[in-house]
Design a protein around this ligand. Structure first.
Ligand code: HEC
Length: 495
């Protein structure tokens, strides 16, 4: 995941091993997420953990985390470190072995993506694979970039937390430091039961025809799916079944209200092949009228909305399924499926409310990010009732009443370094989500373990940090790859 002081790493992917290397005209290249270079990968595969110094050097460079506020309102720069912690007891002391102590952790927290055919660029499913990659694993765990999990644990706690618990993290690092001993397969703990509850999805909407992404290294494409219900219904759970798992990096589903469908149909018609290119949202002018249904990344099981709540979808709506592909030579075309569980009524209708300064959208004031500036801060405060009233005028809840926040997330493009959403209550501030190392590739909304009641007198504060130090052009709000956004997302319902 991104970092205020992000390592400057060449954007090369495993896919480039066989694909032609291209130069990427991409303003975010300087803060792009770290990719394991083929060179580093070959090195790692060839070396033992004792060579870890050389190996990790190849995969990481200059991870300084200090920034200074050069513009904006002078609020805190992105100085929050990741999860670097205490030195664990050594593996030798603890006598940790792969089979007894480590495999179960890796199966639970890594193999969901790092298994054959999945999005992780290599497998971490058995001893040999793990041992070979031990230096890279230690590096990724130590720096906190793996498993991908953006929100800071100091801000709030979340359901479905993918991150490593402190003891899991300590065990992995100690075990690798002790030479990654294999131990005896007979010591393996009994397999854990899969406790993911089965979700009964009643709608499955596939991408209309198989699609082969061709833009390297990232292809962002939207597909329009017809919403099949002919009366009001509420989405109460959603998930995605990727067609070609190895290339589907993340998916965002947007609800396009009936009145806006024609504008999106036109975008689709204007581009050959199924779907159309789209980047920061579902595309086009009407993008602002689209509502987030949810985001999916590999390793997410079913996405159940909080109990008793659901998002209203009107008949005649369409869904824009925004796919982020990592094209891979030899991969099959993708035909992913969106699954939704619906209910005719819910106790508490809810919105995944996008929060931003409406002024930025119309350049008044412009959300300017000057060229050469290392830490530009843009922030905005609003009370939730007004935001709901503004975006959903006929809402049954919102203005002048308490609102419950169940989940929160932020959204920027690739120059974003850090963003947060807080509830400002007089002199106190409650943190809903803080993403100290923004990574466009691993975005989402995060379900709060305990919901937060936001009173009509409270304000929600959104704060985004951007690093345009490498840029020679000022940037502003926009949908394209060369534009930026500062968006908060809160899943809200009536109390
Ligand atoms: C949600 C999916 C997912 C999970 C879970 C996950 N990874 Fe990854 N991992 C990826 C992807 C995708 C990449 C390729 C780089 C990227 O897109 O960020 C990657 C890259 C890596 C790399 C190479 C990093 C580099 O420097 O380029 C290592 C090492 C790694 N993962 C180890 C792990 C370990 C160890 C775990 C568990 C503790 C883990 N991953 C959990 C998806 C995942």
């Amino acid at each position: 995941m991104g970092d205020a002081g992000h390592p400057l790493v060449v954007r090369t992917r495993i896919s480039d091993l066989t694909a032609q290397t291209r130069s990427i005209d991409y303003p975010g290249a300087m803060i792009a997420p770290r990719r394991l270079t083929p060179f580093a990968l070959a090195l790692l595969a060839a070396c033992s953990p004792d060579d870890s110094d050389t190996a990790t050097e190849a995969a990481t460079t200059g991870a300084s985390t200090t920034t200074s506020a050069t513009t904006g309102d002078g609020t805190t720069g992105g100085t929050t470190g990741s999860t670097t912690g205490e030195t664990p007891t050594t593996g030798a002391e603890a006598g940790l072995t792969y089979h007894r102590d480590i495999k179960a952790i890796l199966d639970r927290k890594c193999a969901t993506c790092h298994q054959p055919g999945d999005i992780g660029p290599f497998s971490i499913t058995n001893y040999d694979e793990t041992k070979k990659l031990a230096p890279a694993i230690a590096d990724s765990v130590d720096s906190g970039i793996m498993p991908p999990w953006s929100p800071s644990a100091e801000c709030n706690t979340y359901k479905h937390d993918r991150s490593l618990a402190a003891d899991e993290r300590g065990d992995i690092l100690a075990w690798i430091a002790a030479g990654a001993p294999e131990g005896d397969p007979a010591d393996a703990p009994a397999p854990e039961d899969d406790i993911q509850p089965e979700v009964d999805y009643d709608i499955a909407l596939g991408i209309p025809e198989p699609f082969t992404p061709t833009t390297y290294p990232d292809d962002y494409r939207c597909f329009l799916l017809d919403w099949p219900k002919d009366q009001d219904s509420y989405a109460t759970a959603f998930s995605v079944t990727p067609g070609e798992r190895a290339i589907v990096h993340h998916v965002i589903a947007y609800v396009l209200p009936p009145g806006e469908v024609a504008a999106f149909d036109a975008l689709d018609a204007a581009d050959p092949g199924p779907g159309y290119p789209c980047y920061g949202g579902p595309g086009g002018e009407a993008s602002q009228k689209a509502q987030w249904l949810g985001a999916w990344v590999p390793g997410t099981g079913g996405g159940e909305m909080p109990a008793g709540t659901g998002i209203l979808v009107k008949p005649g709506s369409k869904i824009a399924l925004q796919m982020h592909y990592h094209p891979l030579p030899g991969a099959l075309p993708d035909q992913s499926t969106l699954k939704v569980r619906t209910a005719e009524t819910v106790e508490r209708p809810a919105y995944l409310l996008p929060l931003t300064n409406p002024g930025w959208l119309v350049d008044s004031p412009p959300m300017t990010i000057p060229a050469g500036a290392k830490d530009t801060v843009h922030s905005f405060e609003i009370d939730l009732g007004s935001a709901i009233f503004y975006l959903f005028p006929g809402s049954p809840f919102g203005i002048g009443k308490p609102v419950v926040a169940h989940a929160a997330g932020v959204h920027m493009h690739t120059l974003g370094t850090r963003a947060s959403l807080t509830v400002e209550r007089g002199d106190t501030s409650e943190c809903l989500v803080d993403v100290p190392r923004w990574d466009f590739n691993w975005q989402g909304t995060y379900d709060l373990t305990g919901s937060t009641v936001v009173e009509p007198t409270d304000k929600i504060r959104l704060e985004c940090h951007f690093d345009n130090s490498a840029g020679d052009q000022p940037l502003k709000w926009g949908e394209g790859t060369g534009d930026e956004m500062c968006l908060g997302m809160i899943y809200v319902s009536a109390p």
